[in-house]
Write a protein that binds this ligand. Structure first.
Ligand code: SF4
Length: 350
């Protein structure tokens, strides 16, 4: 079915017009050069008669209320529900994408619904959920809609989260940052060649964007999906943790996530739990305070331990918090040291 609705089409914010109806998109580091009628690598930005348009303004592919731990964010309003929305498209081509049905589809063939920024605010108020996540597919390429929506929800006192690959140019990022409160960014490997050849992205640009978010005081957590044979060597992982320590500081949480066979990597093996445990130990050894193991239910790597006295602070199973050993100011109940957590544990509004 071909979509024929103009309400999803808006002029893009970041591009330059060149000769002969050529345009160059300036949103992400690909800087796609597009002839008339051509679409960018992300599938969702198109040159129409010498102007660049987004094809997905308000095009919503999924809506859900998730636990904030699912993003994953473990140090930002723990236990809170978060209204989560997505669109279609991506500026990467990860062969293991778990959301490939929305990330690699053309918007013109996707039967999504229109949801205005005002509709988002109304729905969040109805469900009494003051946190919003742009997630599931890559939100950067939904820029115009994300910007308008995040600006509106911020004005209403809500907090916004992006779950992203971090592949964005600094200028558009800086314009968005005032309306974003937290981010989980994937570092998918620590090898520029893996990024270029397999993921189809630029590692340096991702690292620069993460540093910029941190510098501008967004709460940042990173995720490293460990894929056997792709990014799981000790050498590569140590380089990543050293970079993390030097640029983001020891208090920035790192989530090691277990890979399961998916999409074009359906024939690859899952990550052995021993590999995740080994990398967890390396990250701790390098000096990171908060390192987690995800996608392994019931593993103690889901818990938060005090980096100062070693005691168990937060016990989790999956996305549920079962034990909480922090005071009202997020200090360790045992040694009294301040723990890097933004906001208090979520309490249901009465
Ligand atoms: S956002 Fe899309 S069109 Fe723009 S440079 Fe990136 S991949 Fe190309």
């Amino acid at each position: 079915m071909l979509r024929n609705e103009t309400r999803f089409i808006r002029e893009a914010k970041y591009y330059e017009k060149l000769d002969k109806q050529l345009v160059r998109c300036l949103l992400c580091p690909w800087k796609c050069l597009l002839d008339n009628t051509q679409t960018g690598l992300c599938n969702v930005r198109k040159n129409i008669d010498g102007k660049l348009y987004t094809l997905i303004y308000g095009l919503v592919s999924s809506v859900a209320i998730d636990p904030i731990e699912k993003k994953p964010l473990f140090h930002f309003y723990p236990g809170a529900p978060i209204f989560s929305i997505s669109s279609v498209g991506c500026n990467f081509k990860c062969p293991w994408c778990q959301n490939w049905e929305i990330s690699q589809v053309s918007p013109e063939k996707f039967p999504g619904e229109y949801m205005s920024p005002e509709d988002v605010v109304k729905t969040m108020k109805n469900y009494k959920v003051p946190f919003l996540a742009f997630t599931y597919n890559e939100p950067i390429i939904w820029y115009e809609y994300m910007y308008d929506t995040a600006r509106l929800t911020s004005r209403e006192g809500f907090k916004n989260v992006i779950v992203s690959n971090g592949h964005i140019n600094i200028e558009p990022l800086d314009e968005l940052i005032p309306y974003i409160h937290a981010a989980n960014i994937d570092v998918k490997a620590f090898n520029p060649s893996t990024y270029l050849k397999i993921i189809r992205g630029k590692l340096e640009a991702v690292l620069d964007a993460i540093v910029e978010m941190k510098r501008k005081k967004i709460h940042v957590e990173t995720t490293y999906l460990v894929i056997p044979g792709l990014n799981d060597t000790e050498d590569e992982f140590r380089k990543m943790t050293k970079w993390h320590l030097d640029n983001l500081g020891p208090e920035t949480p790192l989530h090691l996530s277990r890979f399961y066979p998916m999409y074009k990597y359906s024939d690859k093996p899952s990550t052995p739990v021993e590999t995740l445990e080994k990398l967890w130990s390396i990250a701790k050894e390098e000096g990171l305070f908060y390192v987690y193991i995800g996608n392994v239910p019931w593993h103690k790597g889901e818990n938060t331990y005090c980096p100062f006295c070693g005691k168990l602070l937060i016990r989790r199973i999956g996305y549920d918090i079962l034990e909480w050993n922090l005071d009202e100011e997020n200090r360790c109940k045992y040694c009294g040291k301040k723990i890097h957590i933004i906001g208090n544990r979520w309490k249901k509004p009465s």
